[in-house]
Design a protein around this ligand. Structure first.
Ligand SMILES: Cc1cc2nc3c(=O)[nH]c(=O)nc-3n(C[C@H](O)[C@H](O)[C@H](O)COP(=O)(O)OP(=O)(O)OC[C@H]3O[C@@H](n4cnc5c(N)ncnc54)[C@H](O)[C@@H]3O)c2cc1C
Length: 411
């Protein structure tokens, strides 16, 4: 089937984020001969997203420092980078309609539409000083606002909220972080890692408020004065940054009659219900034989490895997607790295010492290592990335013993 798809014509990719860009590149690397069209609805060359809440937010470099490749690269590779927005899929005609009125014929269509910010739904949330952080323009805007603001309330203590909070604090702002859950990054990491990061942000002067919700943005004459909380308190602010999660961009698929749930539904080969349409990256809810059930992951690893998997299929090497998840987050001078999927664990053992700012949480399910969350211990992280795909484990006792030789265990 993959061979037939190749023979029938163009690969059209909707979305030029990490997944879409990698797919276009991998197709050419694997010798895909037909047309490759990459539809980009942002007014920039395709760029990296993670620095937007990290180095780029702190630094002074221009947008060119974020671009995957210069413009010439696309022409040289025969990748048609089309600045436009996909508006509809005609599955019968094998045609993608664009906002400009143009239409593209596809042999295979890949939806790499990513996700968008979940918006805050409380009074005054639409004021101009309530900001989000997803795209390059957001980061540029927040750089300017960090320089001109004094006091920020960050709503949501997830990765992006905390990365922003750390930078804002380094830049001298008063920072309050609100989180509805009882610990920071609760959906993503173990309590041990949450505790460490809560401590490090607090020590840096960030005030973290757990178990509370923002109920209203307070304003006077259109200018923010603060945020009201569910516990009756009021925190002054001249800037609010919201990081309360994302929603996958599924509408294009849904409107074309493709099944969607909390993502565009794809099988283990990343094919949707239509054999000529794939879905990859943040927008895809894919079947995972390795982890069981369906997963939708938000990470660069997932986006790029899924792109490589689909590129291989479209050039004749059709395998189920079996990427090993990994992730990172830089918060101030601390680097958090996660290998594996650390949800559903029943035992956690620590290696290293949180007091020394270098430790890892080894997560076990039914005695088997399922993931490693590391703070400033790149060696442990790399060990996890190498061991976990082999479907092997070390015992919790070995993990906790800092003299146990991890490299030796890989042999
Ligand atoms: C601030 C920030 C920091 C992050 N930090 C990390 C990190 O440290 N580590 C990590 O692993 N991950 C991180 N992530 C997550 C990571 O960036 C995403 O998982 C990754 O970008 C997903 O790639 P994607 O291509 O699936 O989606 P996206 O990068 O979101 O790209 C999708 C693109 O499709 C476009 N699009 C949508 N609909 C259409 C349409 N109809 N027509 C045309 N184009 C369309 C969108 O505008 C977007 O440009 C971070 C994300 C953000 C926002």
């Amino acid at each position: 089937m993959a061979q037939e798809t190749v023979a029938r014509g163009a690969a059209v990719i909707v979305g030029a984020g990490h997944a879409g860009f990698q797919l276009a590149v991998s197709l050419r690397q694997l010798g895909f001969k037909a047309r490759v069209c990459l539809i980009n609805d942002e007014p920039h060359l395709p760029y990296q997203r993670p620095p937007l809440s990290k180095a780029y937010l702190k630094g002074t470099g221009g947008p060119d420092t974020l671009m995957f490749r210069p413009e010439k690269f696309y022409a040289d590779q025969g990748i048609e980078l089309i600045t436009d927005r996909a508006t509809a899929i005609d599955r019968t005609a094998h045609q993608l309609k664009l906002a400009s009125g143009a239409a593209l014929d596809y042999g295979h269509l890949v939806l790499a539409t990513g996700a968008r910010n979940r918006l805050l739904d409380i009074p005054n949330a639409n004021l101009p000083d309530v900001r989000y952080l997803r795209i390059l323009d957001d980061s540029e805007d927040l750089r300017r606002r960090i320089a001109s603001s004094k006091r920020v309330v960050v709503i949501g203590a997830g990765f992006i909220g905390l990365e922003f909070a750390a930078t804002a604090r380094i830049k001298g702002l008063e920072v309050d972080v609100l989180e509805l859950a009882s610990r920071v990054m609760a959906r993503a990491v173990t309590a041990e890692i949450s505790d460490y990061f809560q401590g490090r942000h607090t020590a840096a002067g960030v005030r973290i408020h757990l178990g509370v919700q923002a109920t209203a943005i307070e304003a006077s004459g259109g200018m923010i004065t603060g945020v009201s909380l569910s516990d009756g308190r009021h925190l002054p602010a001249d800037l609010v940054v919201v990081g309360v999660g994302v929603l996958p961009n599924v509408e294009l698929a849904a409107d074309a009659g493709l099944p969607v749930a909390s993502g565009i539904i794809a099988n283990a080969h990343l094919l949707t219900a239509d054999p000529d349409i794939s879905a990859i990256g943040d927008c895809a809810l894919f079947a995972s034989p390795r982890f069981g059930g369906s997963l939708r992951l938000e990470s660069v690893q997932n986006a790029t490895d899924q792109a490589r998997c689909v590129a291989a299929r479209l050039t004749g090497d059709d395998k189920a997607y079996d990427g090993q998840p990994w992730f990172w987050s830089d918060q101030g001078d601390d680097k958090l790295q996660i290998a594996g999927l650390t949800t559903g664990y029943d035992r956690v053992v620590l290696r290293g010492d949180p007091a020394q700012k270098a430790f890892s949480a080894f997560c076990y399910r039914e005695g088997k290592l399922v993931g490693i969350e590391s703070v400033n211990r790149a060696g442990d992280h790399m060990f996890g990335r190498r061991l976990l795909p082999m479907d092997r484990s070390i015992t919790p006792e070995q993990a906790a013993d800092s003299k146990f030789d991890l490299k030796g265990a890989l042999a």
